[in-house]
Design a protein around this ligand. Sequence first.
Ligand SMILES: CC(C)(COP(=O)(O)OP(=O)(O)OC[C@H]1O[C@@H](n2cnc3c(N)ncnc32)[C@H](O)[C@@H]1OP(=O)(O)O)[C@@H](O)C(=O)NCCC(=O)NCCS
Length: 295
Amino acid sequence: MDAATLLTRLAEVIDAHDWDALASLLDPGFTCRLVHTGEVFDRDGWVRLNADYPGFQRMHVDDLVADGDRGVLRATVVGTADDGGDQLFAVASFATVRDGALVELVEVWTDVGQAPPSGTRPGRWPEGAVPDATERLRFRPLTMADVDDVTAMLVDFDPMRGDRPPSTRDDAVRWVEWQQRNYAEHGFGLWVVETHDGTFVGDCGLTVQDVEGTPLVEIGYHLLAGHRGHGYAREAARAVRDLAATHGVGHLVALVRPDNTASQGVARSLGMEVLRTAYVHGGDALVFGTDPALV
Ligand SMILES: CC(C)(COP(=O)(O)OP(=O)(O)OC[C@H]1O[C@@H](n2cnc3c(N)ncnc32)[C@H](O)[C@@H]1OP(=O)(O)O)[C@@H](O)C(=O)NCCC(=O)NCCS
């Protein structure tokens, strides 16, 4: 028998719990090595392992690739968990055949249905992640305790926001609530930027903006007027940009009113250029970004 026939038969007899038939497929010098534990079993030991395995129910072949005396089988194995429910495993068995019998298996086993390790998936923001502290600044989520500082920050932002009534404490409450929704929905939002001694400087972070029907991640920054002109916005924005890149958000935009030269300076300091204009939040804006294809 070649590898394809032997592997197909192997899965059939294991699924049927036919341990005598299993032994008959194996060369006397057979070994099976389990990659995840490093154990090596001989023929009798491996048949016993299968026969005695607690809770083993079924083996189902998902894929089989073979060429002559070498082959690999990928299968789903159903067992019984401690609570009595089904427990799924996946196994890949790499086989070598000698004189019509299996002489070696190398098996890679894994549990099925695991959660991905945190921080390893682009687009999935690890819960609670904030940008790394910089030389002069650090970050933390906004809370209702910041409402007074946020009120002052919004009042200082008013001149850049066109013709609108002065910002109030209620506006600041809504601003903080908006960030709390952002943290819950996306994992990111605008974060407090403060000096290392805890002095509130402003906010900086990421929000999702609808740019004429396309959702884009915007880097935003708002400083109390008294803290402007010291390079704080650039320093904070770089840390935000680096955190975004680390977690798979590589393309950011900044939506800036044509007369907001200070904000344009920050965007340019991040290597962004004007890619187009767009009508957002009731007015024209320059769309800064790094990749024209994505805007
Ligand atoms: C935009 C803002 C955050 C800039 O903060 P800042 O800490 O003063 O900015 P920085 O000192 O880090 O300056 C970053 C760059 O912008 C340039 N810049 C900053 N203020 C500027 C101004 N008033 N005019 C022209 N350029 C300016 C700086 O020269 C610097 O450029 P460089 O890197 O080439 O030296 C601040 O002015 C602000 O809070 N404005 C109100 C809120 C706002 O408009 N946010 C943006 C909404 S789109």
